[in-house]
Design a protein around this ligand. Structure first.
Ligand code: SF4
Length: 480
C-alpha cells in the first residue's frame, strides 16, 4: 500500500460558489454532516453542564490574549527552555521553508518513511506532498486522516477529518485500499486500521506531530488526542519533529488546564480526552524508550502579518476546537471541502484571507449568515462575526487595506449605486420625491438585478409610499 501513487483531490476557494451549489445538491453530504454536527452540538452542550461557561470562556480568552500580548518575548522564552530540555528549535517564515527544514531533518537521518499524528499546520503547508516528492513516504496515523489519505482527499473538519464519510463509505475505502472485509462493524474496521498502522509505527524513521499548547515557562509541548496515535508518533520512531504555528505558545503551565477543559468540551463534548501528552525533550540517558532527538518547527506563514492588525489579531487566539464549524448553518450544509481551504467554516473564513490573500478567498467572508452562533460558542471569545464583516469591508476596499488583495471585490457600479442611495437617504426632500417616482414607475422596474435576484424575486416598490399613506390616513382622521 503506497500513498505516493495517488493525487490528492483538491478544491480551491475560488470556486466556492460552484462547490457550494454542488454540495447543496448532494443529499449524502448534507445527511452526513447534519447527523454528525447535531451529535457534536448536543455533546458540547451537555459536557458543560452546570459549569459557569461564561466565566470559563472569559478566562480562556484572557489567557490567550495575554500570551498574544507577549508573543515575541514568550517565543524567545519557549526557544530557550526547549533548548535547555534538549529540543532543537527551528523557525520557518512560511510553509515552504517549514517543509524544507523538515525534509532536511528527515534526509539527514536517511529517513524513507515518516508517520504523522494529526497536524493542521502540516496540512496548511502541504507537507505530505513535499516529502513524497523527495521520495519520503508520509503516512497519516490519526484514523480520520488515514481514511482521507487512503481516499485521496483532504480533511473536511479540523478535529474530525473524515466526518463527511458515513460507515458504508468508510467500509468501501478500507476494503478497496487495504483489502478488509466489507462490513458495518465499526469495531472491526477500527481494529483493522489499527493493526495496519501498528506495523508502520514500528517501521517509521521519523514521527511528525502537531502541538496544541507550547508552554514557554517550561519548554513543554502539549498534545491532546484520543487514539494514542499521537503518543506513538512522538514516542516510537527514533526522531520526533513537532510542527506548529507561532501563536500556539502559552505563558505558564497553569494556563493549560483551563484551555484544555475548554478545548475537549468544545471540540468533542468530552470532559477529558483519552490521551494528554506532555513532551519535554528526547529520551534521557537512563530511559529505555522515547525518541533520541526532538525538534520543534515554529511556523509563521502569515501569522506575523495578522499580528500587526489590532482587530484581526483576535484570530490568533483560536485553539482549533472546531465548535464554530459545528454550529455554523453554512458549514453544516455545504461541508468542509466546499471551502477549498485547509481551515474551513467560520475560523477558515477569518484566517485564510490572510494566508492566501483575498484574490483567492474573497467569497469566504460572505459565506456566513452572520447569525452569530460561531461567536457565541467560541471558547476563547473570538468575535468571529465582527471579523467576517471587517473582511467583507476589506474585500470591497472599504477596510484598512491590511489584508493582501484588499479591494478585489470592489465593483464601481455597486459603489456608485450605494453612494447615490446614501445621498438620497440623507436628503429627505429628494428621498420623498424619489420614492414617489419609483412607485409611479413600479411596472417599469426590472425583475432581474444581477446576482441579487439569482435566488429571490426583485421587490417592486409600493405604488403609494408609507409617507403618503400616513398623510392620507391623518387627513381622513382629521376630516372625521
Ligand atoms: S475560532 Fe473559536 S470556535 Fe472556532 S475553532 Fe477557533 S477556538 Fe474553536
Amino acid at each position: 500500500m503506497s500513498m505516493q501513487d495517488d493525487a490528492v483531490q483538491t478544491f480551491t476557494p475560488r470556486d466556492f460558489h460552484r462547490q457550494a451549489h454542488d454540495a447543496l445538491g448532494n443529499p449524502q453530504i448534507r445527511a452526513n454532516f447534519r447527523k454528525a454536527m447535531d451529535g457534536l452540538m448536543t455533546k458540547r452542550h451537555d459536557s458543560f453542564g452546570d459549569w459557569d461557561l461564561e466565566t470559563l470562556r472569559e478566562l480562556g480568552a484572557n489567557i490567550r490574549m495575554r500570551a498574544l500580548a507577549k508573543l515575541p518575548e514568550l517565543l524567545e522564552q519557549l526557544e530557550a527552555n526547549c533548548q535547555a530540555n534538549g529540543i532543537q528549535v527551528h523557525w520557518a517564515e512560511d510553509g515552504e521553508e517549514a517543509c524544507r527544514i523538515i525534509r532536511e531533518l528527515c534526509e539527514a537521518r536517511g529517513a524513507k518513511a515518516v508517520i504523522k499524528g494529526k497536524s493542521m499546520v502540516s496540512e496548511e503547508m502541504h507537507l505530505n506532498e513535499h516529502l513524497e516528492a523527495a521520495g519520503i513516504e508520509a503516512l497519516e496515523s490519526d484514523l480520520g486522516e488515514y481514511l482521507v489519505q487512503l481516499n485521496q482527499q483532504t480533511p473536511s473538519h479540523i478535529i474530525m477529518p473524515a466526518i463527511h464519510l458515513n460507515t458504508d463509505e468508510i467500509s468501501d475505502i478500507l476494503h478497496d485500499k487495504t483489502g478488509t472485509e466489507r462490513t458495518r462493524d465499526v469495531d472491526y474496521m477500527t481494529a483493522a486500521a489499527r493493526s495496519q498502522l501498528r506495523e508502520r509505527f514500528m517501521a517509521a524513521d521519523v514521527g511528525i506531530s502537531g502541538v496544541n499548547f507550547a508552554v514557554a515557562e517550561t519548554g513543554t509541548l502539549c498534545l491532546v488526542e484520543n487514539e494514542g496515535n499521537g503518543r506513538m508518533t512522538t514516542a516510537v520512531p527514533p526522531m520526533h519533529i513537532a510542527v506548529t504555528g507561532i501563536e500556539k505558545v502559552v505563558e505558564h503551565l497553569r494556563d493549560v488546564p483551563p484551555l484544555y477543559a475548554l478545548l475537549s468540551r468544545s471540540a468533542t463534548g468530552q470532559h477529558v480526552t483519552t490521551y494528554f501528552n506532555m513532551i519535554s525533550g528526547p529520551r534521557k540517558a537512563q530511559e529505555h524508550d522515547g525518541p533520541q532527538a526532538v525538534h520543534l518547527v515554529l511556523v509563521d506563514n502569515g501569522r506575523s502579518r495578522i499580528y500587526q492588525d489590532d482587530e484581526l489579531l483576535d484570530t490568533l487566539r483560536c485553539i482549533r476546537c472546531g465548535a464554530c464549524m459545528n454550529h455554523c448553518p453554512v458549514y453544516t450544509r455545504v461541508g468542509g471541502h466546499t471551502y477549498g481551504t485547509t481551515y474551513p467554516g467560520p475560523i477558515g473564513s477569518i484566517l485564510m484571507p490572510h494566508m492566501l490573500g483575498l484574490e483567492d478567498t474573497k467569497d469566504l467572508p460572505s459565506a456566513s449568515s452572520l447569525c452569530g452562533a460561531c461567536g457565541e460558542v467560541c471558547p476563547v471569545k473570538i468575535p468571529i462575526p465582527d471579523l467576517l464583516v471587517r473582511l467583507r469591508r476589506e474585500a470591497v476596499g472599504e477596510g484598512r487595506g491590511n489584508v493582501p488583495g484588499a479591494g478585489v471585490k470592489r465593483n464601481k457600479k455597486e459603489v456608485a449605486a450605494w453612494k447615490s442611495f446614501q445621498w438620497l437617504a440623507t436628503h429627505p426632500g429628494a428621498w420623498r420625491s424619489g420614492t414617489a417616482m419609483a412607485g409611479k414607475l413600479n411596472m417599469l422596474m426590472p425583475s432581474k438585478l444581477g446576482s441579487w435576484t439569482d435566488h429571490r424575486t426583485a421587490p417592486k416598490p409600493a405604488k403609494t409610499t408609507l409617507h403618503a399613506l400616513i398623510k392620507r390616513h391623518r387627513k381622513q382622521r382629521s376630516d372625521v
